[in-house]
Ligand binder design. Sequence first.
Ligand SMILES: Nc1ncnc2c1ncn2[C@@H]1O[C@H](COP(=O)(O)OP(=O)(O)OP(=O)(O)O)[C@@H](O)[C@H]1O
Ligand SMILES: O=C(O)c1ccc[n+]([C@@H]2O[C@H](COP(=O)([O-])O)[C@@H](O)[C@H]2O)c1
Length: 196
Amino acid sequence: MVRRIGVFGGTFDPPHLGHLVAASEAAFRCALDEVVFVPTGDPWQKHHLKVTDAPARLAMTRSAVEPDPLFRVSTCDIERGGATYAVDTVADVRAEYDEEVDLHFIIGADSLENLHTWHRVEELCRAVKFIALNRPGHSRREVDTTFGARVEFIDMPAVDLSSTECRERVRDGRPIRYLVTDPVAAYVREHGLYRG
Ligand SMILES: Nc1ncnc2c1ncn2[C@@H]1O[C@H](COP(=O)(O)OP(=O)(O)OP(=O)(O)O)[C@@H](O)[C@H]1O
Ligand SMILES: O=C(O)c1ccc[n+]([C@@H]2O[C@H](COP(=O)([O-])O)[C@@H](O)[C@H]2O)c1
């Protein structure tokens, strides 16, 4: 039996409940054997934003996924260096297995809308199928399939939350408890992240 692996790339600055619900729902609905969270090294489309250092995002992502035996973290994007391209992510994750695996790239509706801007997208689309999740304010159906994307649309309980909102809440002194896991909230507090 070829194992079905979900690859969930994200900047995870910080990881929040929307990410965890998306991964869990994708795993359940698509019978995934494992979901690999891959924090970006250098998210090139976020160069206009201040992104938290990779070790902190990695530590938060590890702590967020640790309780779920179906989830693990790969550091491949952080270790590779240079701009993070999903086409490299999936090649590196594939290389982490000794056996043949069927890779599914988990993606929110907002990212799916921008898929046509991704590096070597046709090659990426040959390498993986996409599991696309609804995200408030974004239509999942607007995907340009001319480059061959194979997309399965999954409905998850809508989580109207972003890392941006979490960062803004911390900056403004508002709570993020219950929007992120307790260990992530503790990490943010103890390391003074997002205080502006
Ligand atoms: N609430 C959500 N519901 C569904 N998908 C989500 C949600 N939040 C993030 N995602 C998806 O998770 C992946 C990683 O997202 P990312 O780490 O950039 O989080 P974000 O909340 O979009 O961050 P930011 O606000 O900093 O842009 C993307 O594919 C994104 O579409
Ligand atoms: O391959 C690309 O060119 C590309 C461009 C933008 C985003 N991505 C990937 O999309 C995932 C979510 O990225 P982000 O920046 O929305 O956190 C992550 O795995 C990124 O590497 C990939």
